[in-house]
Ligand binder design. Structure first.
Ligand code: 13P
Length: 337
């Protein structure tokens, strides 16, 4: 593996107050999103939607890379330009979702393990040939009565580490994404404890499997109250606890931490990221975003499948991208700014 090159790519992903646009929804998840605005989930509509996002003028000012689903990387824009070339033109790196989704964990039916390791080295080789520079694998950790179990954490961490090592050997920067879900009604303390445990086990597995920390990006959840928790932690508390947790568990050699939004509102996701960067400007890692819903929600609702709404939807996307870019250096001053 070429650690220098991996490190340079990882640094480029978090450089210049930029973040990632996660547009790698699987066909099933994409259908859910399109259904929500009354658009039929055809291959053409998926293409049109992604083309809208990627061709927003100026996207590369705020976005360093886009995570793609396999179908999208193989598609062409309406004028015949391959989607990867569209991104390249915008100065944006293409990345690829490599996992095959979270499947029921044998023997622990309320938990999942992420699949997709079979034939992974060959797939990495193919995607590198298609221009991909980084990859993503998402492990899902659910909080509930008696879960997560150590079995679930160990199994997911082992798969994440295998994926990461295979990516690095093949020349892709692995985004390591252990997502502790915010579903439920638990308080922020529980999220803190589970996130700490998860990261401890994930970094142990990465180390034991010889993954170079200099050549990964971590994509974690924030330490946050569950959605249905009656007591929602303040923005300051989310920032303080998240950074304290990472200081304990994330090696300083990791170049960047790029958060998922995980179901937070667009504005909450921006405010939380901003608070972390404003309060901890000397954190050992760059703190940025890799948002899906928190970048796309308003743009999707604005578009609603209508060609006449494309320009407006693009400006809505750019606004969110700019707000989050400001949050990458603690310079977000609210929505009106
Ligand atoms: P959200 O920001 O919508 O959580 O999506 C990010 C992502 O890529 C999840 O894997």
């Amino acid at each position: 593996m070429n650690i220098k090159e991996l490190n340079a790519t990882a640094k480029a992903m978090v450089d210049g107050h930029k973040g990632l646009l996660a547009a790698d929804e699987s066909t099933g998840t994409c259908k859910k999103r399109l259904d929500s605005v009354g658009v039929e989930a055809t291959e053409t509509n998926r293409r049109d939607y992604r083309e809208l996002l990627f061709s927003a003028k100026g996207l590369g000012q705020y976005i360093s890379g886009v995570i793609l689903y396999d179908e999208t990387l193989r598609q062409k824009a309406k004028d015949g330009t391959p989607m990867g070339a569209l991104l390249k033109r915008a100065g944006v790196l293409p990345g690829i979702k490599l996992d095959a989704g979270a499947k029921p964990l044998a023997g622990s039916p309320d938990e999942t393990v992420t699949e997709g390791l079979d034939g992974l080295a060959q797939r990495v080789e193919e995607y590198v040939g298609m221009g991909a520079r980084f990859a993503k694998w998402r492990a899902v950790i659910k909080i509930g009565a008696g879960i997560p179990t150590p079995y679930c954490l160990e199994t997911n961490a082992h798969a994440l580490a295998r994926y990461a090592r295979i990516c690095q050997e093949g020349g892709l920067v692995p985004i390591v994404e252990p997502e502790v879900l915010m579903d439920g009604d638990h308080g922020i303390e529980r999220c803190d404890a589970v996130t700490t445990d998860t990261l401890r086990i994930v970094f142990d597995a990465l180390y034991r499997q010889g993954v170079a920390f200099e050549g990964i990006i971590l994509k974690p959840n924030m330490v946050i109250s569950a959605k249905a928790c009656p007591k929602q932690a303040s923005v300051d508390e989310v920032a303080d606890r998240t950074i304290a947790c990472f200081r304990r568990m994330v090696p300083a050699a990791v170049p960047g931490i790029m958060f998922l939004s995980g179901g937070q509102s667009e504005v909450d996701a921006t405010r939380h990221l901003n608070a972390m960067n404003a309060k901890f400007p000397n954190a050992p890692w760059k703190l940025s975003f890799s948002y899906g819903r928190a970048l796309q929600d308003s743009a999707l609702k604005t578009w609603r499948g209508q060609a006449a709404n494309v320009a407006q939807a693009q400006s809505v996307l750019l606004l969110r991208a700019r707000m989050n870019s400001e949050a990458c250096h603690g310079a977000y001053r609210g929505e009106a700014a």
